[in-house]
Design a protein around this ligand. Structure first.
Ligand code: SF4
Length: 292
């Protein structure tokens, strides 16, 4: 592609010669591969989710837990065929699914890798685990290749999207993307082991001192998305990367904040989903060791 328009930034640059906002080149780059046990229960299951972490990102979140690969850009360049082989190896290792983390900026190449892997026997569900900043055209090109969409809906308020992720129009773009994802895969379906095989799960990370943002996000989901879609409210936030430059998010959630959001979920009568237990522990356990 000589004018990259994969994501809504639409940088229109030739990635073989120049870098756009995401700083990704023309080759896929990965930060790590693992059988990940810290996803939602219907994704991790007993064996773990066959997670492939992609390097670089089209957002620049100041609190990114994966900043070493997303923002600092560490990673290893691989060919499409190697990505297909990684997927097949994950299946061989009994992964419950293939979990593509921050895949957006390589979406065109990921489709090629999935085609090769499927021709060679890949038959476990494929999960598209994204920050939600997606273009509708790219999502349409993924139709039929992705079984489960796992988008974030990070921000309702423009002001904090700009402040923490340097992004404009996030809410409008992410909500339109989520509607397209729902059109493609619908409500979650599970197999006999309770593992998701198809459908949409919307994630939201609660930020300290930003509870109104979380409430607005939950309200939008309640009012606009099928009640059978799952909502995953994540409370694992801990300050990392550049979060210490923003005093209001330079701490974990308090027990009171956690309780307030839990109460609000009940008040809205959100039927399906997950909320992590409150924990004082060091949540860095959720961050993989990057092996590139
Ligand atoms: S994928 Fe990267 S280069 Fe392409 S439009 Fe998005 S930010 Fe720009």
């Amino acid at each position: 592609m000589d004018k990259c328009t994969i994501c809504p930034h639409k940088c229109m640059i030739d990635r073989t010669k120049n870098f756009g906002r995401c700083k990704a080149g023309n080759k896929i780059e990965i930060g790590g591969v693992s059988l990940h046990k810290f996803e939602e229960p219907c994704i991790s299951g007993e064996n773990g989710s066959g997670t492939i972490f992609f390097s670089k990102c089209n957002l620049n979140c100041v609190f990114c837990q994966n900043y070493e690969i997303s923002n600092l850009g560490n990673g290893r360049k691989i060919e499409v065929e190697e990505l297909a082989n990684i997927m097949l190896k994950e299946q061989e290792n009994k992964a419950e699914n293939i979990n593509l983390v921050s895949p957006t900026i390589y979406a065109d190449k990921i489709i090629e890798a999935i085609k090769i892997a499927k021709l060679n026997g890949l038959n476990i569900p494929i999960i598209y685990n994204t920050n939600g900043y997606e273009s509708i055209e790219t999502l349409k090109s993924l139709e039929g290749f992705i079984d489960v969409y796992l988008p974030d809906l990070k921000y309702y308020y423009e002001e904090i999207a700009l402040k923490y992720s340097n992004i404009k129009n996030y809410f409008e773009i992410a909500t339109n993307a989520i509607k397209e994802m729902y059109r493609q895969v619908g409500v979650p379906h599970f197999n006999e082991k309770g593992m998701i095989i198809k459908g949409l799960i919307i994630r939201h990370l609660v930020l300290p001192n930003n509870l109104e943002n979380t409430k607005k996000v939950l309200e939008w989901i309640k009012e606009n998305i099928d009640k059978d879609v799952y909502v995953s409210v994540m409370t694992q936030y801990f300050p990392t990367y550049k979060a210490n430059e923003y005093s209001e998010i330079n701490r974990k959630l308090t027990k009171e904040e956690y309780q307030e959001i839990e109460d609000y979920i009940y008040k809205l009568d959100i039927q399906n989903g997950y909320m992590q237990d409150y924990s004082d522990e060091n949540e860095e356990q959720y961050v993989p060791k990057w092996d590139y």
